[in-house]
Design a binder for this molecule. Structure first.
Ligand SMILES: Cc1cc2nc3c(=O)[nH]c(=O)nc-3n(C[C@H](O)[C@H](O)[C@H](O)COP(=O)(O)O)c2cc1C
Length: 351
């Protein structure tokens, strides 16, 4: 397994939409962890450019993450939603985008990776067919699949995944499994226990991990690695927008606004820090990804540029108030030192 070649069992989780950069992935890898390039929203040529750039700045192995395509949403519900949020787009200084359905250039990216393999390809938003997993394995790629329930974990294992990325309810960004419901979401501790009790496939854990103690906890629960997303959002190597960074630390942890699951920005359930748009539209937003994503893209872009935090998708996990602004290599090294200390203290206390 690729994780056996890493000195530190910490994964820099893929962060599409800006934060994920070659520099962030390389910094995580160079510190001894495993960095990922998020290829969601990218064309195949742009994936190739970023992959080449990453290879120029690190000699360590890294992974690439793809979005699995899903079904189209209900076009009439998307039209109704567009009429509701049009005024928000205008308030942010933009028009609504065209709400098209697409497959995120899936075939071209899979073909590119088959021709130019990377050590690990991870998948989110679905479970690729056994042929895709088999072809990638034959090309030399390990395959990881994000799962959010035990049922998804079993399906991914049966499809041939080498590792399951167990994503707990706490996680920032989109729910990464097949399910787009908020109702079957499982907390990370429960999810890890359910999966490791029933399946032999190796697991990495993610969702709300922001301290060495949490890394120690998931390793004790049987995870091969802890994958952290929000903890890297404010690293200087990340491409996170300034308005997003600012909201991560806008208040002391005791007063920080909560996060919530919402479809308001993209049409797919995701966790972000509460803001005006999220509170106004979570109840009415349809399940229609990526149609709603495309609808709100110009609004979010204009709002990011103007610093209007109320119209930006402020993706963050539940433990976001504990994250800080420091180099990614320091995050990896410091959290691992803390985790090791916690593991030592705990075994000494309970021996
Ligand atoms: C801004 C942002 C973008 C994300 N983009 C992706 C992505 O492209 N692919 C993916 O599999 N997961 C994505 N996620 C989810 C993370 O990979 C990971 O599951 C999550 O961040 C873990 O929870 P944490 O944020 O509490 O650490 C994203 C999360 C955030 C916060």
């Amino acid at each position: 397994m690729i994780l056996d070649r890493c000195d530190i069992p910490i994964v820099g989780a893929p962060l599409a939409g800006g934060p994920s950069t070659p520099e962030l992935a390389a910094a995580v890898c160079d510190a001894g962890g495993l960095g990922f390039l998020a290829a969601g929203y990218l064309s195949a040529p742009e994936l190739e450019r970023r992959r080449r750039r990453t290879e120029q700045i690190t000699s360590r192995p890294f992974g690439v993450n793809l979005f699995c395509p899903g079904p189209a949403g209900d076009a009439s519900r998307v039209r109704e939603y567009a009429a509701v949020i049009e005024k928000d787009a205008h308030a942010a200084g933009a028009a609504l985008g065209a709400p098209r359905h697409d497959d995120d250039d899936w075939d071209a990216k899979v073909e590119y990776l088959l021709a130019h393999p990377v050590p690990v390809v991870s998948f989110t938003f679905g479970i690729p067919g056994p042929e895709v997993i088999g072809d990638l394995r034959a090309a030399g790629c390990e395959t990881w699949v994000t799962v959010t329930t035990l049922a998804e974990a079993r399906r991914a294992a049966e499809a041939g995944a080498d590792l399951l990325v167990a994503q707990g309810y706490e996680a920032g960004g989109h729910r990464g499994g097949v399910s787009d419901s908020a109702h079957d979401a499982v907390g990370l501790i429960a999810l890890l226990q359910l999966i490791t009790a029933r399946l032999p496939t190796p697991v990495a854990a993610c969702g709300g991990i922001a301290t060495g103690a949490a890394i120690a906890a998931v390793l004790c629960l049987g995870a091969r690695a802890a994958a952290l997303g929000t903890a890297f959002l404010d690293c200087p190597e990340a491409g996170t927008a300034a308005v997003h960074r600012a909201r991560l630390h806008a208040a002391p942890p005791e007063e920080a606004p909560p996060t919530r699951l919402t479809r308001a920005f993209s049409g797919r359930t995701a966790r972000g820090i509460e803001n005006g748009f999220l509170l106004a539209h979570s109840a009415g937003a349809p399940a229609a990804y990526p149609e709603v994503h495309h609808l709100t893209t110009p609004m979010r872009k204009a709002a990011r540029e103007a610093g209007l935090a109320d119209y930006v998708n402020l993706w963050a996990g539940q433990a976001y108030p504990l994250t800080g602004a420091r180099p990614a290599g320091d995050v990896v090294r410091e959290l691992w030192a803390q985790a090791r200390a916690v593991l030592g203290q705990s075994s000494a206390r309970h021996a």
